[in-house]
Design a protein around this ligand. Structure first.
Ligand code: ZN
Length: 342
């Protein structure tokens, strides 16, 4: 049996919603994360992102060109348009739960009982808070629907702060951090017990979250020293993740792995291992996990979907990682963090 994985980020809900798929397609091998792929690859749980795209069109990952997004941020998304997308995706998650495919986990006990069961353990995540207004009313509504993790921004501007544009050979220090409203949002999230994800924030925004006393979590970001894209973390940021008891999830997306991945969208599992080595050195082995970006980014050749996760486990073994470390990276660290955070 495949080793069980808990993953920090996938875009299956957004992909299904954008393509107007019905919940039964999740039972077939469509996209990266679905029932047959999860079973084959040991994908037992993860953060499921809800994301409002600029337009409701099927994701075409082969067509995804980060160079087109370099420099400028995409236009802001109005609150009402974002709300439709997010409510639709929350509805999908609940339909998938009713069908027995997912369990929406809202506390440590439900996560522990769902992980390794016949359904996938799902932590609902909001990637970009456009659908929440300055009154924060929608946050409480989403919390009631099971939301337990939130990124104040995607790579856009919201009333809460500014995201990083995608860019090569630049750090994430691309603009301002959290606004006053952003500070209020993360304070309310802390009171509710909603994890704050810094993955798409500017570097200033990342440090703002740290100054608010929250653990620094980047669910799907890599090491800037290995691959210098804006979305990856500097060594100082990785150290702060460890020091604050946070987590960083290895993003398998080729554009975050190396230069070949950025320019050609083709990369290898070896690049994943280089990032893991660096992230472990700087954040510490208790603060690193996976954050695949399945269904949201082009994947390495031997890691085309959740069904291929055993290839990554084998590569870690060949690389010399011991069993205990592999257990932590595959699921142990995320589960320990969430047990505490929820
Ligand atoms: Zn993302």
């Amino acid at each position: 049996m495949a080793r069980l994985i808990f993953d920090g980020h996938n875009d299956a809900l957004g992909r299904m919603w954008a393509a107007r798929e019905t919940p039964d397609t999740f039972a077939r091998a469509q996209g990266h994360v679905n029932v047959p792929n999860a079973r084959a690859g040991g994908f037992a749980g993860g953060f499921f992102a809800m994301f409002a795209p600029s337009a409701r069109e099927p994701f075409d990952l082969d067509d995804f060109d980060p160079a087109l997004m370099t420099g400028a941020l995409p236009p802001d998304l109005p609150e009402d348009i974002a709300a439709l997308a997010i409510i639709g995706q929350a509805g999908l998650a609940h339909q998938l739960q009713a069908a027995g495919h997912l369990v929406i986990c809202t506390d440590a006990a439900s996560l522990d009982s769902a992980f390794g069961s016949s359904a996938i353990a799902c932590v609902l995540h909001l990637e970009g808070a456009e659908c929440i207004g300055p009154d924060l009313l929608a946050l409480d509504a989403l919390y009631a629907l099971g939301l337990r993790s939130l990124g104040p921004v995607w790579s856009r501007r919201t009333v809460f702060g500014e995201g990083v544009p995608f860019g090569w050979d630049r750090t994430g220090d691309t603009g301002p951090g959290l606004t006053e409203r952003g500070q209020a949002l993360i304070a309310r999230c802390r009171d509710l017990g909603v994890v704050i994800d810094t993955s798409h924030l500017t570097e200033k925004g990342f440090w703002d979250v740290g100054e608010a006393g929250l653990p620094l979590v980047a669910t799907h970001s890599n090491a800037h020293a290995i691959c210098p894209v804006t979305r990856n973390l500097t060594d100082a940021q990785l150290r702060a993740v460890g020091e604050t008891g946070g987590m960083v999830g290895l993003n398998f997306g080729t554009i975050f792995l190396d230069e070949a991945g950025w320019t050609t969208r083709r990369s290898t599992i070896d690049a994943c291992l280089r990032h893991l080595d660096h992230m472990i050195t700087h954040a510490g082995e208790d603060h690193v996990g996976f954050g695949s970006d399945f269904d949201g980014a082009p994947m390495p050749d031997a890691l085309q979907s959740a069904a291929d996760l055993p290839n990554l486990v084998t590569a870690m073994q060949t690389h010399g990682f011991g069993d205990a470390l592999i257990d932590k990276l595959c699921a142990g660290n995320w589960r320990a963090f969430l047990r505490n955070a929820l």
